[in-house]
Design a protein around this ligand. Structure first.
Ligand SMILES: [Fe+2]
Ligand SMILES: [Fe+2]
Length: 164
């Protein structure tokens, strides 16, 4: 069996997050469309355009490695997004819908924060300075998005969902 390296692991994980980001990019319009609150709609749409840039950063990293940008099905993200679908189906016409959408979106962000944190550390260890910088830029956007979602959840969503 050929010896695998951290470089191989980095590439495999890059494919995983590339696929995950593309799934998120496709799902965000539906989440925005279903959200009741205008603020939440806007947060989803803003993050969708950020996600476009994040996908481009990943493509730059593939390029720097001399590899074709290629996704590998991310089962974790598929499951997280399926749970988001369930929330829309089960709570679609309730006041608790936004709270459910927020929870699903924060699960997505936490997955991304975990992935980008790990990949940034690996890029550093592998001496991939440009990749490290690109991964850090995305990591910061994911953290910021998570904070925006937390604020929305605290200020408006949860009290409203609890009131009925
Ligand atoms: Fe992302
Ligand atoms: Fe994100």
């Amino acid at each position: 069996m050929a010896e695998k390296t951290l470089n191989d692991l980095f590439l495999e994980t890059l494919k995983d997050i590339y696929h995950a980001e593309k799934q998120i990019y496709r799902k965000l319009p539906k989440m925005a469309k279903n959200a009741n609150s205008e603020e939440l709609k806007n947060a989803f749409l803003t993050h969708r355009s950020e996600t476009e840039g994040q996908i481009e950063r990943l493509e730059q990293i593939f390029e720097s490695l001399g590899k074709r940008a290629q996704g590998k099905p991310c089962e974790a993200m598929k499951g997280i997004l399926e749970e988001g679908e369930e929330v829309i189906e089960d709570f679609g016409d309730s006041d608790a819908l936004d709270a459910g959408l927020l929870a699903a979106a924060q699960t997505v962000e936490h997955y991304e924060i975990s992935r980008y944190g790990t990949m940034k550390a690996w890029a550093k260890q592998l001496g991939m300075k440009d990749a490290e910088k690109l991964l850090d830029e995305t990591l910061k956007e994911e953290i910021k998005t998570d904070q925006i979602l937390s604020k929305l959840a605290e200020s408006a969503m949860n009290p409203k969902a609890a009131a009925k």
